[in-house]
Design a protein around this ligand. Sequence first.
Ligand code: FAD
Ligand code: DHB
Length: 394
Amino acid sequence: MTAETLHTDVAIIGAGPAGLLLSHLLAAQGVESVVVENRSREYVGARIRAGILEQSSVDLLTDVGLGERLAREGDQHRGIHLQFPQERHHLDFVDLIGRSVWVYGQTEVTADLVAARDADEQRFFYSISDTRLHDIDSDHPSVTFTDADGSPYRLTADAIAGCDGSFGPSRSAIPGGATWEKTYPYAWFGILADVAPSTDELIYAWHPNGFALHSMRSDTVSRLYLQVEPGTDPASWSDDRIWDELATRLGHGQDGWELTAGPITDKSVLPMRSYVHAPMQRGRLFLAGDAAHIVPPTGAKGLNLAIADVALLAPALGDLVRKNDARLADAYSETALRRVWRCTHFSWWMTTMLHRSGDPFEEQLQLSQLRWVTSSEAGATGLAENYAGLPFEV
Ligand code: FAD
Ligand code: DHB
């Protein structure tokens, strides 16, 4: 069958937050895009992932008309609680650095983006297969794929944005790049529960049994995590065992604090790794989000970093496509990688400070670091600046 050929300004591979936001920001500059995605629209909309937005992400989403439901339903937090045995400390980011964070799930961000793109008649292809990139070193790159009905397409464009996450084909279309990778010897067991959060703001807890995190999605839905062995089967933990372990690690009963259990609606185990690919651009192919870098979840950077990449990439592609001006496009990789490495360091630092490694020497270093971060204004300010996110460099 001959492929049908389509042309657009920017071919976007992946309808995750990076791809969707990029199409939105490009449209605001009058740049057309087509988004191609190998999963179904329903699958992409239902994925449970990140939960925390930095101040810069909220500011950007608000500036581009995506802040209405976020302002109504998002929950602004002044900071986080950091806990280690017998001690719980609140770090107030607003007092420390005048910035805060919002609880607003990736599922909600994605739903708002899809609604805005639909209202703008954005062209999407969902449930595609056999996505391939071609001629990225020329001025006429293209993406070929097979649509949901089995019809082949060739999408030609002035540029391709590889927003296809950690398993997509874009990253490997940049041969000869450098990669840095670290795998951690632990994983997170995440649950979603239909119960009001037992805390006003997130609790990150160091415990001899392992790390625990109490997060949330709304006044009636809690999201909690436990450090477990990689490869743990979620079905091997009963609901009672999960709640008992969360209660132990989060300090149920200490100073009268109680963890309220409730029906668990989702269980999953997430592997943890740090990964950076450089450069993030080659010819007319630009990588954004998880396609170029992965961070472990501690510190909630993954989604925010994807948003930060796109905040740089959209004006760069706008200039390239509309004015044939490649200056921002040529600088994109180097500029983006500065923030990527800052967030990579912060996520690694939070991860290694809070997770049980089994090494008694490291345990003492962790506790010393936690005491310093929670008692020194300099220590607390460093954490706050990184967690609430540095302003975008645009
Ligand atoms: P993605 O959201 O991965 O989007 C990439 C898209 O590309 C996907 O829709 C994928 O289906 C599509 N795609 C892949 N291959 C192809 C192809 N061949 N053709 C077309 N399309 C393709 N971050 C946090 O900050 N906190 C968290 O709690 C957290 N939890 C997470 C839980 C899980 C299970 C995972 C996987 C990630 C989690 N993250 C978390 C990370 C965060 O979700 C990501 O950093 C964020 O989704 C990055 O957005 P993205 O658009 O770059 O990539
Ligand atoms: C959530 C995830 C994180 O990785 C984190 O550091 C904080 C919150 C969450 O899913 O709510």
